[in-house]
Write a protein that binds this ligand. Sequence first.
Ligand SMILES: *Cc1c(COP(=O)(O)O)cnc(C)c1O
Length: 386
Amino acid sequence: MDFIPYSKQDINDADISAVTQVLQSDFITQGPAIEKFEHALTSYCGATHAIAVASGTAGLHLICLALNLTKEDVVWTSPISFVASANCARYIGAHIDFIDIDSATGNICINALKEKLQTAKHANTLPKAIIIVHYAGRPCDMKQIKALTAPYDIILIEDAAHALGATDGSHRIGSCKYSTATMLSFHPVKSVTTGEGGAILTNDDTIATRIKLLRSHGITRENEQLIDKNQGSWYYEMQYLGYHYRITDIQAALGISQLTRLDTFIHKRFLAAQYYDQKLSNLPLILPPLDKNSAWHLYPIQLSPDAHISRRKLFEALRLANIGVNVHYIPIHLQPYYKSLGFNHGDFAQSELFYDRVVSIPIFATITQEQQDYVIDTLTKELICS
Ligand SMILES: *Cc1c(COP(=O)(O)O)cnc(C)c1O
């Protein structure tokens, strides 16, 4: 069997022709495709504003900047995420802390959140913002999280890098129904791709305006935004210390074309998850609950405590069989940088337990039944026969 990655993009002729058209046009960056892409994102997700940027990480950084977070502020997120979920707060010097997960889903645990809010209230260490990670594309219960955090005026930010195409049953992820802003990523393993790229969704006009400025050096040319309005038409003002976090029109064109197939991608991912769910249920594994609302970015299986093989052995055997398994994630607080800030083993027990048992097996829109059968057979052989 040829190598099966844990995830990969699906690029078709329409995508290629959309990119080619931009390449043959006058603007390959700072042109009209970017706004078109942003419009496609707002109409899909149901938010008022979308700002497309260079990466999801840039998006998280811009959200933290636009919220005026400072080094006096505390930000919480999940330990079971990519490091960018926490790094964005550190870019501004804010204090970071984590909420332990529910090991059934990999999302933050509502009870852990309740308890941590109580403790933080008494210790006067309540966070200014919480970055909610929809792990593997499975939506967190935003309504409940909003209800718990609203009494303390905590700002909710969604890291939806995994979750474009997911819904909470009534609203699409990205609608920002319960959050101030949502970040999306368009890295090739995510729901849709632009190569590299990301976007911020928000219903807040002020935050959207600030993010647009900060995406491009803090510079504006818009007459109504200028402080000095009596200048020539060459004139622009740098009003804030911004960054260069723009996306190109080449990428935006790919994004627009990809978005037209997003629902198909998610449906195919769901069917693949359903197939694994049926075929792996008799093995000593804890399977992710089969949620119809998830974007199924990952299919993370956990070894049961009664399995006869270690996670490490299973992982190596699958890799040896040309299956591109991965581990999502090494808990962020156990990374050397975060340990240097004072975090340690034992701080978030459920996250650490989850990490010890989890393996992401291949799931993507174009995975074939033959590829899935091969993954299932290899897993069965390792878990039953060894
Ligand atoms: C991919 C990812 C990011 C970062 O997105 P980039 O576009 O790669 O910068 C952030 N958070 C999570 C959970 C991710 O999976």
